[in-house]
Write a protein that binds this ligand. Structure first.
Ligand SMILES: Nc1ncnc2c1ncn2[C@@H]1O[C@H](COP(=O)(O)OP(=O)(O)O)[C@@H](O)[C@H]1O
Ligand SMILES: [Mg+2]
Length: 269
């Protein structure tokens, strides 16, 4: 499997989208896979999270999208890793306006697909950090270009609605003939007994809404190692750290499930 496009999708900010993007990339890197992260979030937290100042880039995803930069001018590499990324900035929000002005309606949904296509030969996995709102077309360009959507969900009753909305959006794409699948990752999971009961309740809410249990990709525990930039470095530099290792193991399990789903998808396609 090469050139698989994975979109980490949430219509709410703060649920761990960028974190899951980073962890997924770190897991893939550890497996020797070549990863390219496409940041489509205006605050470009992918770059910042991996030590680089978001203002230190001449060109970003926006320039590439509108044809003012070649991929080679926007792709950055994290030191000593197989992880590459395309930074973003606040201009990304106006990309849908640019598309409306410059691309015929019938081709608009394909805008990102055609941009990403040549990258598929260069990378094993392409991970998109999506824009955290359902009301911009940006989200739809990203979904239309993806093979799989990972939907992070916090353990909190209010989080069910946002994540379920994402499931519905992907289901609509499937019904429209797109070969795309999705799964939910429960993030910031507390390992205590009470919290576990709440998690089970939440899973039941999804099942009651018609989301099958097979869509649950696993849990990523809450850990302070995730919250500081310094510790992204711990993970990236593979420094021994018990807490970081636990989180990485959680993510490895999730990653295996995604790989399995992608293979199923290929067989069915
Ligand atoms: N598993 C986790 N454990 C602890 N903190 C987490 C975890 N996942 C995310 N966070 C923290 O939650 C905040 C929001 O996460 P982030 O990935 O930036 O969300 P989003 O990209 O969806 O806005 C960040 O401070 C991040 O460090
Ligand atoms: Mg983010």
């Amino acid at each position: 499997m090469t050139g698989q496009v994975i979109n980490v999708l949430s219509i709410k900010g703060g649920v761990g989208k960028s974190t899951i993007v980073k962890l997924l990339s770190l897991v893939a890197d550890a497996l020797g896979l070549k990863v390219c992260i496409i940041d489509m979030c205006e605050n470009s937290s992918i770059a910042t999270g991996f030590f680089r100042d978001r203002d230190s880039f001449d060109k970003s995803a926006y320039d590439w999208f509108i044809g003012d930069a070649k991929p080679s001018e926007v792709i950055q590499q994290f030191e000593d890793s197989n992880i590459y990324y395309i930074p973003s900035d606040e201009r990304i929000c106006s990309f849908s306006d640019w598309v409306n002005k410059n691309i015929p309606k019938v081709r608009q949904l394909q805008t990102l697909c055609s941009k990403i296509e040549p990258l598929k030969k260069l990378f094993d996995i392409i991970v998109i950090d999506s824009h955290p709102t359902a009301t911009t077309d940006l989200v739809h360009y990203a979904i239309a270009a993806s093979d799989y959507c990972v939907i992070p969900c916090e353990v909190d009753k209010d989080a069910v609605n946002g994540a379920y909305r994402c499931c519905q959006i992907i289901t609509d794409y499937q019904l429209a003939g797109f070969s795309i699948d999705y799964g939910i990752v429960f993030n910031k999971v507390d390992l205590g007994v009470k919290a576990n009961a709440q998690l089970q309740q939440m899973k039941q809410s999804f099942i009651n809404l018609g989301v099958p249990e097979t869509k649950f990709l696993g849990n990523v525990r809450y850990s302070k190692t995730v919250t500081t930039t310094k510790n992204d470095g711990v993970m990236l530099n593979r420094t021994h750290n018990k807490y970081a290792e636990n989180v990485m193991n959680d993510m490895r399990a999730v990653s295996d499930r995604i790989t399995f789903a992608l293979k199923q998808n290929e067989v069915e396609a």
